[in-house]
Write a protein that binds this ligand. Structure first.
Ligand code: HEM
Length: 408
């Protein structure tokens, strides 16, 4: 059972192999021992909860499943949650309009190609000065107080503004963007009305932005997408709105969670913190290790044709959780996977996924994490978790701290 915000109350789990629950409080707070047990006992667990799904726990299996396209499809639904408003009277799922993540080839191929240039290392580097200035402004606001909620007042504030800056929309609406995205991915998981309202707000917002640019084109990513052509044809407004929806949803909770988990780790591990303060050139390697150890994102697939995985039948409509965080703790792949070693060299982690849907925004995410940690450590080299303060974690498919009281 759980009393976390946005997390439904459910009966306790007796058998994780056949009845796991991604909303169980133990799973939310510390899923790592659960995955370790399953890996030895039943590497692909199953459950009937939340509409039913499979959960692989080994690196090798997660990678193989990510490559089973299109039999494990991304066409919908890509999250696991109580099936309710998503099912219409005929029993069919409503489509989530978020290309390329909600599409299989061929739509996936061209819709991904469309956005990749905006997230190249060179394009991403252009947003670094903005990100650095933003981090410093945020720190200015709390540095005199000797305390901060590292999740809410720092990590959470960065990605929505960087995404707004990149898309060319009002950065002043950052708090609303975060609220909408949490409404879709977190709070709304157990509350269909919140989920639907949040989705409508996101789509309504981007429909308006696209309509405005039809009259007044700007020098930003939305205008660039509107000017692009595929096979000589313009891209529909509906597609552009769907892609903007994805960039907002994919770019906010994910990166916020990663920055928050990194701060949480450094607040509790003074040796690592001191090493990074003493030698900031270690930060990029530490970012990779923190991404591996505290990977935030678990996406899902739906079985689109009768198939079998290592002898286990999978039927059309079954869902599979792409457990990238669990894969990253597999001892077959990583030495001492539960030890965070910020100088780890062998680190082929899959925090950004693997295969055709591998994260298109990974350069941006890495830049944001790097800058956020570098600026925080430079100005606040000594910090720790507040004694008696409560750290809370988000449940569902994007895991990260949502309350992180820090003192310095
Ligand atoms: C630390 C932060 C992030 C993590 C851990 C992360 C993780 C992931 C993962 C695991 C996937 C694969 C999903 C799947 O297999 O279905 C993915 C896809 C994607 N991510 Fe990220 N992401 C992060 C930040 C971002 C950012 C900042 C953006 C840019 C706005 C972004 C944009 C995307 C897009 C567009 C896709 C879909 C790619 C496709 O379907 O071809 N992500 N991300």
């Amino acid at each position: 059972m759980s009393d976390e915000v946005g997390v439904p109350s459910t009966p306790p789990v007796d058998d994780w192999a056949s009845d796991y629950d991604i909303f169980d409080a133990d799973y939310i707070n510390d899923p790592y021992p659960i995955w370790a047990d399953l890996r030895g006992e039943c590497p692909v667990a199953t459950t009937e909860r939340w509409g039913g799904s499979f959960l692989p726990t080994r690196y090798e299996d997660v990678v193989e499943m990510a490559r089973m396209v299109p039999s494990l499809s991304s066409a919908d639904p890509i999250v696991v949650r109580p099936p309710d408003d998503q099912i219409d009277a005929s029993g069919a799922y409503h489509t989530v309009n978020a290309p390329p993540i909600s599409a299989d080839p061929p739509v996936h191929t061209w819709s991904r190609r469309l956005i990749l240039p905006a997230f190249s290392p060179k394009a991403t580097a252009k947003h670094e000065p903005y990100t650095r200035e933003l981090c410093n402004k945020l720190i200015d606001d709390f540095i005199e107080t000797g305390q901060v909620d590292g999740a809410q007042d720092y990590a959470q504030q960065i990605p929505p503004r960087v995404i707004a800056h990149l898309l060319g929309v009002d950065e002043g609406k950052a708090d609303e963007f975060t609220e909408w995205v949490r409404g879709v991915l977190e709070i709304g998981l157990s509350n269909p009305a919140v989920r639907q309202a949040s989705r409508e707000k996101i789509f309504g917002f981007f429909q308006q932005e696209v309509a405005d640019r039809r009259v007044n084109p700007k020098d930003d990513l939305i205008s660039e997408l509107m000017a692009a052509e595929v096979d000589g044809e313009p891209i529909s407004d509906n597609h552009i709105v769907g892609t903007c929806n994805l960039l907002l949803v994919a770019g906010i909770d994910t990166t916020w969670s990663s920055i928050g988990s990194a701060l949480w780790h450094l607040a509790g591990h003074p040796d690592d913190r001191k090493r990074l303060v003493g030698d900031p050139s270690l930060i990029p390697n530490a970012v990779e290790e923190l991404l591996r150890a505290y990977s935030p994102v678990t996406m899902a697939r739906v079985v689109s044709e009768e198939t079998e995985f290592k002898g286990c039948p999978m039927h059309v409509g079954d869902k599979v959780l792409m457990n990238f965080p669990g894969a990253n703790r597999d001892p077959e792949m990583f030495d001492n996977p539960d030890v965070v070693d910020i100088e780890r060299q062998q680190n082929r982690h899959v925090a950004f996924g693997v295969g055709i849907h591998r994260c298109a925004g990974s350069n941006l995410a890495r830049m944001e994490m790097h800058v956020a940690l570098e600026e925080f450590l430079a100005r606040i080299p000594e910090f720790a978790l507040a004694e008696g303060g409560e750290v809370t974690w988000a449940g569902g498919q994007v895991r990260g701290p949502r309350q992180l009281p820090i003192v310095f």
